[in-house]
Design a protein around this ligand. Sequence first.
Ligand SMILES: Cc1cc2nc3c(=O)[nH]c(=O)nc-3n(C[C@H](O)[C@H](O)[C@H](O)COP(=O)(O)OP(=O)(O)OC[C@H]3O[C@@H](n4cnc5c(N)ncnc54)[C@H](O)[C@@H]3O)c2cc1C
Length: 421
Amino acid sequence: MKLQFALATKNFSLRNRRAPRLLYKMETVRSIPTRIFEDTETAFAHLSDADLYRAKWLFTLVGNPSLVQAGSALANTALRLRLPVSFLFRLTVYNHFCGGETLPDCRKVIDMLAGRHVGVMLNYGVELKETEEDFEASVSENLRAIKFAGENETVKTVCIKLTGLGPFVLFEKMNNGETLTRQELRELSQVKKRFHRLCKEAAAAQVSLYVDAEESWIQNALDNIVEEFMREYNRTFAVVCNTFQLYRHDRLAYLQQQITEARQGRYLLGAKLVRGAYMEKERERAEALGYPSPIHADKKAVDRDFDKAVLMCLENLEVVNVCIASHSEASNLYAMKKMDEMNLPRHHPHVWFSQLYGMGDHITFNQARLGFNATKYLPYGPVRDVIPYLIRRAQENTSVAGQTGRELSLIQKEIARRKKH
Ligand SMILES: Cc1cc2nc3c(=O)[nH]c(=O)nc-3n(C[C@H](O)[C@H](O)[C@H](O)COP(=O)(O)OP(=O)(O)OC[C@H]3O[C@@H](n4cnc5c(N)ncnc54)[C@H](O)[C@@H]3O)c2cc1C
């Protein structure tokens, strides 16, 4: 059945609920088939046969742990020695996982995604900021990204890291409750000034800023800042959103507390739900320094908390704007079915789904086809500067049990399907 479908308003106002704009015509399926994510024709419709073979080759490569380990070490050395390795990355991982070197370069990918009813979360993928000039450069680039997002209907969000706005050691000291020196107080004031500039621009452009969650030993400091800014900016829509890492055993209680505070303070809580990217690092540090690990003992407990967090957000949508950021088929299916069960519109302006560009296409494009608010997290930036992000993607695809195997088997399935037709 073909129905007119509203993707949703770009943003949602607590006070001024605007009628959703009709953006796309698409197929709407009433009930969600349990095997929806096995539809590889929908998942890979945007890829030519040549693209598919390239993706197959890539996931076969990153599925080999020794190759990824050796490749990462070599890449890091080449970066340190400033060897010209950009072309190698462009040939392999860059085009698969990134939108382009500049914002206009991303337009092709953004248009392709828009054509398939998928929105974009932009991320300037340059990491490892250390100096005041770096922090200022990061603000300038993110201001450009916000402006660009404001001018592009399907770009909903810009993702930032607070460690891109100020020194890591400052956040670490704040996290430990240490007294800051005069110089550090000045640095903190600079961080907040930079964050205010971004938030003001985002509020004016009707764009949301999603703040990434990072290591637990700086996260309380980051949370305190994000909370302060949410209270100030999230009065009419979720200008600022925090990230909740459900691999931490204290995050469900924190989410509940944040929902209560948002309700009492009459502002909107922006909540990106993730499992968490720093498990090994967290465990190693906890063991080395002799404190209990903040991470759940096993994956089952993480999965349970993630789905509980999804439900908690869905039950409080009048004060929560949630982004379910995961490649887990089970968690995505759980959220989608729950929304239907609760009679929530699939294009509810407070519920978003997101996967990284280059991964989880079987989830993203099938969600979009069913009328859910599907988005891709799209990094961009000069090839050389995005290499650390790419190395992490390759390592993640090797270390996350089953993820590469899953991507590869879906690609193989689609190649076989196309051969038959
Ligand atoms: C759009 C988007 C934005 C993101 N933003 C952030 C961010 O801001 N901060 C951040 O930290 N991460 C972020 N991530 C990464 C995310 O935290 C996960 O690392 C990644 O998505 C894999 O988890 P999953 O839910 O997709 O899939 P799954 O494959 O179901 O889960 C894998 C994850 O489960 C956890 N896990 C696996 N084994 C165990 C175990 N034995 N014990 C305990 N836990 C285990 C780990 O967190 C692992 O990454 C983001 C991901 C996406 C898609």
